[in-house]
Design a protein around this ligand. Sequence first.
Ligand SMILES: NC(=O)c1ccc[n+]([C@@H]2O[C@H](COP(=O)([O-])OP(=O)(O)OC[C@H]3O[C@@H](n4cnc5c(N)ncnc54)[C@H](OP(=O)(O)O)[C@@H]3O)[C@@H](O)[C@H]2O)c1
Length: 271
Amino acid sequence: MQIDKEVVLITGASSGMGRATAIYLADRGYVVYAGSRTPQKIFDIQSDNILPIKLDVTDTHSLKTAISNMPKIDILINNAGYGLVSTVEELDENEMKAQFDVNVFGVLRVCKAVIPIMRMQQSGTIINISSFLGKIGLPLLTMYNSSKYAVEGITDSLRYELRDFGIRVHSIMPGFFDTEFARSNLVANLDTFDKNSPYAKIVSSLAPNIVEQINNGNDVQEMAGLIYDIIRDDNFPARTTAGEKASKFIPMRRELSDEDFERRVREYYSL
Ligand SMILES: NC(=O)c1ccc[n+]([C@@H]2O[C@H](COP(=O)([O-])OP(=O)(O)OC[C@H]3O[C@@H](n4cnc5c(N)ncnc54)[C@H](OP(=O)(O)O)[C@@H]3O)[C@@H](O)[C@H]2O)c1
């Protein structure tokens, strides 16, 4: 199939940043393949430029089927992700693996499937949705934060690997944004949230604070606009922040020593 318009693949497009970005880009003339484990959730969007596809980033077969139906791929947005809330001591082996399976191996699987297509085209843009927590440690979020640290490493390494093929790779580190993330996509370890957990004190102070900050976070339109800007600017920086929390903490992380930065985070979150 010949197609003149630029073609975008977004993972996790049924809600939040993925959904907003799909609509934003479709409104600006891009053809958007909007991936979701439940594509029916996208059927309500009225746009000829949005094509809902079944895509589970943990399932190579679903990924290959989804991609085989695409005429080309100019832009890949690795957006699907969720957050596990658990102490390390209480981690369940399956929960632990599942977090990396989606947030890290999911990104790698989709890249592995899409890169050959972009390499043949000798062009492409890959945007990884990381987090400002990809540069900050926090208790209860070790698995989530380390998964996003890994996404930062993927972006940095792929930039070298793919440059000669005309493929550019970027990361966005959002602060907290008001999406379905805290309402539907935070997975709580039951032992950590048990009232008898040795970590009950930190759970009762930090967990509601984080949930509240996410639910009162920035508007996803900011993310959609930023992704559009990255797509359109060949010289856009490798990584960028979005939202208030990221623009507060990421420059601080760059400027302060590890110890001074840790002190600031401790003060901010009463740790
Ligand atoms: N909201 C925030 O404050 C925030 C801050 C920093 C970074 N982020 C990151 O931004 C990205 C988008 O999140 P969002 O805030 O827009 O949240 P969201 O509304 O919950 O959307 C997340 C999407 O990821 C997909 N997903 C969730 N769990 C999955 C799983 N187990 N397996 C496969 N796909 C899964 C879902 O897609 P389907 O259900 O359609 O398959 C969902 O549409 C994530 O990578 C998140 O880590 C969010």
